[in-house]
Design a protein around this ligand. Structure first.
Ligand SMILES: NC(=O)C1=CN([C@@H]2O[C@H](COP(=O)(O)OP(=O)(O)OC[C@H]3O[C@@H](n4cnc5c(N)ncnc54)[C@H](OP(=O)(O)O)[C@@H]3O)[C@@H](O)[C@H]2O)C=CC1
Ligand SMILES: CC(=O)N[C@@H](CCC(=O)OP(=O)(O)O)C(=O)O
Length: 358
């Protein structure tokens, strides 16, 4: 893809002044790491809560030596010095922060606060009333490959969850082509521990995760309604999924094993061909050849999503294996991809495109 720049001021050398809210967290740090190499971005503000007042290098030594601003609290940010904001805060803390930003400021929100279009559905799954229902109406869901026009026009983009990203990318094209049935889809997904954020939690201690792995949120994880919402909106009919996430003893990476029932007469080779055709021109989504099953190491630290299809022994069954890096295509990389679209830059600008597979 050509790296075109249509962002008005970049041609004259002016950079997009970016603020990162939550820069002392894992996705915030990943945003900094990636944006330091973005040719059109100047990192102009970094926020933290408990770590506010420190240089970022004190929290993340690998990000020292770049002349970055120190971490400040959100209420100390000078918004008129920014053109764009990434919001990498815990869900539940984000709605009021974004609703309070100057109305001209574009935002990608990495949290779940604006992903569910129905505030009542949000309240059911997140345990509190939505705090910015008016703003919710104008938010675009940022699965870039399926909503470029919406993202391009939006002021606020809700970046998808990591599990939804790894699940929707293979499922959407197959549903849209009516090659799989809309019921009985099983998503058995595994995440690295960084998916839970940097906050200290007993379940994420080394001794808890290093000698095995566990399922969690079984039957009620909050990413289930997000996945179903996007499948329903695309397919124009209700779609149900059984979704079980697991925490595995690795730092980063996400793998979803997805079991589907194919429509009459459709084969696993047909599914693979549909996915390959749908993503042939997509810079960040790939399909492995028959007989090759992708692994998390193939996409480590990369914005690529990779998927493979295998025939199942059950009647009309097929198994899809889908991998991403939860911190990149599942969060910060996709957020930068969305910023590029929102700011009229070439979509791949500043994002490493080197394919990591094989
Ligand atoms: N980790 C992942 O793989 C993914 C995460 N996400 C979502 O992205 C968001 C960020 O995730 P992640 O980086 O993992 O989270 P972390 O817990 O690692 O970081 C959270 C950040 O938010 C700050 N923060 C915490 N509470 C507040 C508050 N009340 N007010 C202001 N700032 C606050 C923290 O500052 P301090 O530490 O200084 O207190 C820290 O900078 C979350 O909504 C998460 O669900 C989405 C997809 C994938
Ligand atoms: C391993 C782990 O705990 N993962 C998180 C999901 C990742 C994430 O941050 O999702 P949101 O953006 O929707 O919050 C979880 O299951 O809650």
């Amino acid at each position: 893809m050509a790296l075109i720049s249509t962002f008005g001021s970049t041609s004259s050398g002016t950079k997009i002044r970016v603020g990162i809210l939550g820069a002392s967290g894992y996705t915030g740090a990943e945003l900094v790491r990636m944006l330091l190499r973005h040719p059109n971005v100047e990192i102009a503000a970094l926020t933290a809560e408990r770590q506010a007042g420190k240089p970022l290098a004190e929290v993340f030594p690998h990000l020292g030596g770049f002349g970055l601003p120190d971490l400040v609290k959100i209420d100390q940010v000078k918004w008129d010095g920014l053109d764009f904001v990434f919001c990498a805060l815990p869900h539940g803390t984000t709605q009021e922060v974004i609703a309070g930003l100057p109305s001209g400021l574009k935002v990608v929100d990495l949290s779940a606060d604006f992903r569910l279009t129905d505030p009542a559905e949000y309240a059911t799954w997140y345990g509190h009333e939505h705090r910015a229902t008016d703003l919710q109406k104008e938010v675009a869901y940022g699965l870039t490959e399926f909503n470029r026009q919406g993202v391009r026009k939006a002021r606020v983009v809700a970046n998808p969850g990591c599990y939804p990203t790894s699940s929707l990318l293979p499922l959407l094209p197959l549903l849209l082509e009516n090659q799989i049935e809309p019921g009985g889809i099983i998503i058995d997904a595994k995440s690295g521990v960084s998916g839970a954020g940097r906050d200290a939690k007993q379940a994420n201690l080394f001794c808890e995760v290093s000698e095995g792995f566990n399922a969690y949120g079984v039957g009620h994880h909050r990413h289930m309604p997000e996945i179903e919402q996007e499948l329903r909106l695309a397919a124009g009919r209700p779609v149900t999924v059984s979704f079980t996430p697991h925490l595995v003893p690795m730092n980063r990476g996400m793998l979803a094993t997805i079991y589907v029932r194919m429509a009459e007469g459709v084969t696993a080779d047909d599914l693979r061909a549909t996915l390959a055709a749908r993503y042939a021109d997509e810079p960040f989504v790939g399909v492995t050849p028959a007989g090759v099953v992708p692994a998390t190491r193939h996409v480590r630290a990369s914005n690529h999503a990779l998927m493979g299809v295998v025939a199942d022994r059950t009647p009309r069954g097929a198994i899809i294996v889908s991998v991403i890096d939860n911190l990149v295509k599942g969060a910060s990389g996709q957020a930068i991809q969305n910023m590029n679209v929102m700011m009229g830059l070439g979509e791949t600008t500043g994002i490493d495109q080197a394919p990591l597979f094989p």
